[in-house]
Design a protein around this ligand. Sequence first.
Ligand code: GUN
Ligand code: ZN
Length: 406
Amino acid sequence: MEGGLITQVGAYTTLRDTLNADTTVVSYGDALISAGFIDTHVHYPQLPVIASWGQQLLEWLDRYVFPAEAAFSDPLVARDTARRFLGELLRAGTTTAAVYCTVHPQSVDAFFTEAERIGARMIAGKVLMDRNAPDTLRDSVKTGYADSAALIGRWHGKKRLSYAVTPRFAITSTPEQLEAAGQLLREHDGLFMQTHLSENLHEIETVARLFPERSSYLDVYDHAGLVGPRSIFGHGVHIGEKEFCRCHESAASLAHCPTSNLFLGSGLFKLFEALSPERPVRVGLGTDVGAGTSLSQLRTLGEAYKVAQLTGRSLHPVQAFWLATAGSARSLHLEDRIGTLAPGMEADLCVLDPHAFPLLDYRASRCESVEELLFTLMTLGDERCISATWVGGTCVHTRENGSLYG
Ligand code: GUN
Ligand code: ZN
């Protein structure tokens, strides 16, 4: 690695003779080195309410999420939570994420300030929400637009940071606010767009009532110009062939969030239908914390396997690790920069220790192939398996010494 990029990939015994005399050599023994994990859907302000009991989506938002997000009007709360969140991402081996902040612009400033210190490639944006939310959490068409435009000016394209226009979902934005979000996308190059789509049956009924003139939930967003490349739709649990086709042809992506969909009882994402070779949809993997129950993509893959089992399919470990790395990179249109270990790619890595704890060590010792070892890691593994995380060619976290953020 040099200058933040990977220069060569291969066995030490073959590369050793090609290295400059001043090259630092780091050895991780028989650990596996992977591209850093990519989380395509997560809410940093919900870290304080991860593991909150007893509700499905709409009630869970009212009871736990909105009160937690209200606290982010305080920039110190935002800074402290952003630091803790980024520390947890690195501990989990995640080096890029698409992150929801809150309605408060200061929550975005806090997140990007800390992400910039690490040097990580991060995508984030201010939530837009002008109805069906508590007074203290609502913006307006005008302030939502103006605050987003100012944040885009401050952060979008700065180092490795990108801005995502972030209407929370169709229930909390008026048609006029969705139009304004579409206008922002047209006015600036390279922006992302993130929102929620067809996660929960009550949510879907509410959207149909609020937008009777639209032919589907996805059509609500499409009508506002929000469906295109770099649009990331969280969940998409209850969508059909027509929506899959529209995502395929528009190069928009779906974020598969298995721990969240199980935790809130939302339903089973049809991963193999989404990926169908006739019209493959770009699919990434999302933890969706705080509805998701872990920031670890290993644990998320373990649950993705079980969700697939319930739909009658078995997710192969190679496809699973692809989903958490190169597949997620492709879903974000970033596959030329991240998600793969190859010369010229950005040097974001994590190191997976198959001896991390006794049961893993025991089971790994019986593995006869790398595929079997990967399956063991995604089924038994979690943050304990990440012995180091590298960002832009620098080691930013070790299991022994932690990171900048503890
Ligand atoms: N739909 C709208 N907002 C949210 C959120 O914060 N989490 C989840 N899981 N779904 C949502
Ligand atoms: Zn979400």
